[in-house]
Design a binder for this molecule. Structure first.
Ligand SMILES: Cc1cc2nc3c(=O)[nH]c(=O)nc-3n(C[C@H](O)[C@H](O)[C@H](O)COP(=O)(O)OP(=O)(O)OC[C@H]3O[C@@H](n4cnc5c(N)ncnc54)[C@H](O)[C@@H]3O)c2cc1C
Length: 324
């Protein structure tokens, strides 16, 4: 079929990159997003002053093409000063961050698509008139020539029911939860005066990042990320209990009690997909015109989500040009 209108479910990097490529090829794109804003796991939280990145802390491009794309989206390079949890100076990753916040990477892309936020899609079903979308209450959202699911695997699985082999693929992916705690401090802790990024061996902590050290940020905001093992074991605790434990762990590292003026614990239920590169970087059924892309099909990280979207765009456009 000739694809003129396509719906994408999910406004993370995969969905928005796909939208960029398809609108560039003249296809009308509508993106449905269940949250208030775009970005998915590149989300940033608004604070009384500025914002902080609660999800991905940094993007480390593995290829020049992705790096050039990040630069074109206004991302900035960042080289944080690193240490381990004993505060021995050590190496920290070097990479790129959205400017002035992570979610800026997807916000500029949103300008070229029709974006419908606060809408959770519940059903994707093909029939005579195209592919029908319904929201989670069962209300119709319209027919499209094609639909792409660009959500984490556990959220994609029920939306891929119409193509059983895609559903099975999504069901097979293991996705780990991660607890993150954002804190705003009145002053920089003395023992962290020269440190922006802590990582290493620790029973609770995966990494601690001074978000305020990134280009374009100010204040004294830190993001504490728990390890996958700890997050899994404490999955069902309340945000207050988790905040107490993570703050206690960082206070111990700093050798002083920390008294944040603001804190927010967030559980990312589907933080990291445990996947490699895989053979098929995206899913596309050219007869039903239903597809999927996202980090769970390629590497489990930001670059993988972007590559998965590139792969799917090429498949959709190749199928469309066969008809034209
Ligand atoms: C704490 C944390 C730290 C991380 N650190 C790094 C890192 O250092 N480096 C790195 O490369 N990667 C990191 N990642 C992983 C990285 O963020 C993801 O791999 C990447 O952002 C995934 O992009 P995506 O577009 O595939 O999915 P997402 O960003 O999850 O986007 C999916 C979107 O779909 C929406 N959605 C879901 N279901 C529905 C529905 N039914 N209807 C409508 N909308 C729906 C969601 O709200 C979301 O906005 C981290 C992730 C987390 C959580």
């Amino acid at each position: 079929m000739n694809i003129k209108q396509i719906a994408i479910i999910g406004s993370g990097i995969a969905g928005m990159r796909l939208g960029e490529l398809l609108t560039g090829a003249g296809i009308a794109v509508t993106v449905f997003e269940k949250s208030r804003g775009t970005g998915g796991r590149l989300a940033s939280t608004r604070l009384a002053e500025g914002s902080a990145d609660l999800g991905t802390a940094m993007i480390e491009p593995g290829c020049a093409e992705f790096e050039a794309w990040l630069k074109a989206q206004g991302a900035r390079e960042w080289s944080p000063a690193g240490a381990d949890f004993n505060l021995e100076a050590g190496s920290a990753p070097q990479g790129w961050v959205g400017f002035p916040r992570s979610s800026s990477l997807t916000r500029t892309l949103a300008e070229s698509v029709e974006l419908t936020t606060d809408t959770r899609v519940g059903v994707v079903w093909p029939d005579r008139d195209g592919v029908l979308l319904r929201d989670s209450e069962g209300e119709p959202l319209g027919y499209y020539d094609a639909v792409v699911v660009a959500t984490p695997a556990p959220q994609a699985a029920p939306l891929l029911d119409a193509v059983q082999r895609f559903r099975v693929r999504a069901d097979e992916v293991e996705v780990h939860p991660v607890w993150s705690l954002l804190i705003s401090l009145p002053d920089r802790p003395a023992r962290l005066a020269a440190v922006d990024w802590l990582q290493g061996e620790h029973p609770l902590l995966q990494r601690v990042v001074r978000d305020s050290s990134k280009p374009g940020r100010d204040g004294e905001n830190w993001v504490i990320q728990a390890s996958q093992e700890w997050s899994r074991a404490h999955r069902d605790e309340s945000p207050d209990q988790v905040a107490d434990k993570l703050l206690g762990a960082l206070s111990e590292v700093c050798g002083e009690p920390l008294h944040p003026s603001f804190l927010r614990a967030h559980r990312w239920a589907y933080a990291r997909a445990a996947v490699g590169l895989g053979k098929e970087l995206s899913l596309w059924d050219e007869h039903l015109c239903i597809g999927a892309c996202g980090d769970w099909l390629c590497g489990g990280d930001v670059e993988g989500a972007w590559r998965s979207a590139n792969d799917l765009a090429a498949r959709i456009l190749a199928c469309d040009s066969k008809v034209a």
